[in-house]
Design a protein around this ligand. Structure first.
Ligand SMILES: Nc1ncnc2c1ncn2[C@@H]1O[C@H](COP(=O)(O)OP(=O)(O)OP(=O)(O)O)[C@@H](O)[C@H]1O
Ligand SMILES: [Mg+2]
Length: 359
């Protein structure tokens, strides 16, 4: 168990700068998830924490000790990769034991740790098999087992479930969460999967082009994104955005002119009349029935029925509605929408979220 601190980390590959001054803390026992678009620096950051990659400037600290020049093998961390990286010629037992043998761990201790990890991961029956004789999920368990037996201070996971099919991902997701509850180990987990990020994380770090956009609990990011990027990145389907102009302000909020939508009220402050802003509303917060207040109408372009819920895409205004259950709407119909005032987010010209007034 360990506390990790990144202090103003920068990374350059030759002349190319990819990480531009990143700082945050991972508390002892915390499960932190990194999300962000492809190429934003998630893997590079993990590799710098782990010691597979040097930092160009700044400090990686574990329990208050600067790790920058400590070799990977001596940092006490273990990394699990998307590719599993198992040795094909070794059995499951040998794959799990290999790292410990390299550290000259006594044999009885190796056997004890492998047996315990195998029991935890339900791999007891497969210890003498080669990886080629295992399913994808079993292989990924071996990769996780190999990390567990090292009893690392911090677990690092780089998209460990992305090679698995949807059903297995869901199963492995809950197994990994259960494992974390049981071991209580500090963990950093990279994923592209919204559900994994929302359900597994104590804290999400949203990265964009080598910078931190926001750090917070999953629901804090969902409910109160700090800027338009985080608002668009957290949540699926993505938040709908519209350009708008502030028409009026009062103690309760603001009145917006939203071309193609109409006049909307929002619980925002800290702007001025005439300001150009963006309005955002999540597909799941739009209701398919007018109330006479903050309503809009639009032409249905397409409908996707998933049984338990429906996605309705409108052409004008261009937006997506996620409705519970099934819908009778068809392409060409006119839909009446309600955009609840508390569900409306407003972003300034620099894409920062405007503070909300009390409802
Ligand atoms: N060894 C390297 N030399 C030069 N550039 C590199 C090197 N490794 C990574 N990069 C660059 O650094 C940036 C961050 O890469 P990184 O692999 O960390 O992204 P990522 O967020 O993990 O992306 P993905 O979601 O696709 O895995 C990218 O622009 C990448 O091209
Ligand atoms: Mg990556």
């Amino acid at each position: 168990m360990a506390h990790l601190a990144l202090r103003n980390i920068e990374k350059r590959f030759g002349a190319v700068s990819v990480i531009h001054g990143i700082s945050f803390d991972v508390e002892d026992g915390e499960f932190v998830v990194f999300v962000g678009p492809s190429g934003c620096g998630k893997s590079t950051l993990l590799r710098m924490i782990c010691g597979l990659e040097s930092v160009s400037s700044g400090d990686v600290e574990i329990d208050g000790q600067v790790m920058n020049s400590v070799p990977a093998a001596r940092r006490g961390l273990a990394m699990v990769f998307q590719s599993y990286a198992l040795y094909p010629h070794m059995t499951v037992y040998q794959n799990m034991a290999f790292g410990l043998e390299n550290l000259a761990t006594p044999q009885p201790e190796i056997e004890r740790r492998v047996a315990e990890a195998a029991r935890m991961l339900k791999l007891d029956a497969y210890l003498q098999r080669k990886p080629t004789a295992l399913s994808g999920g079993q292989r990924q368990r071996v990769a996780i087992g190999r990390a567990i037996v090292r009893e690392p201070r911090i677990f690092l996971f780089d998209e460990p479930l992305s090679n698995l099919d949807a059903e297995l991902r869901v199963e492995m997701r809950s197994e990994l969460s259960a494992l974390h509850r049981r071991l209580g180990a500090t963990s950093i987990y990279v994923t592209h999967d919204q559900t994994e990020a929302m359900t597994m994380a104590d804290k999400i770090v949203v990265l964009r082009a080598g910078r931190v956009e926001q750090v917070g609990a999953p629901l804090a990011l969902y409910n109160a994104p700090a800027n338009k990027f985080v608002a668009g990145f957290i949540g699926s389907p993505r938040m709908n955005f519209f350009p708008a102009t502030v028409m009026a302000m009062d103690a309760a909020g603001i009145t917006l002119d939203v071309p193609g939508v109409g006049v909307l009220r929002a619980l925002a402050t800290g702007t001025q009349v005439g300001a150009a802003v963006s309005v955002g509303i999540r597909p799941e917060h739009i209701a398919l029935a007018g109330t006479g207040d903050n309503d809009a109408t639009g032409a249905v372009a397409s409908v996707e029925q998933l049984g338990g819920l429906s996605y309705i895409r409108l052409a004008a205004p261009d937006l997506v509605v996620q409705a519970p259950g099934q819908t009778g709407l068809r392409p060409g119909d006119t839909a009446t929408l309600h955009l609840p005032i508390p569900a409306i987010h407003v972003f300034d010209a620099e894409e920062r979220a405007l503070p909300k007034t009390a409802a």
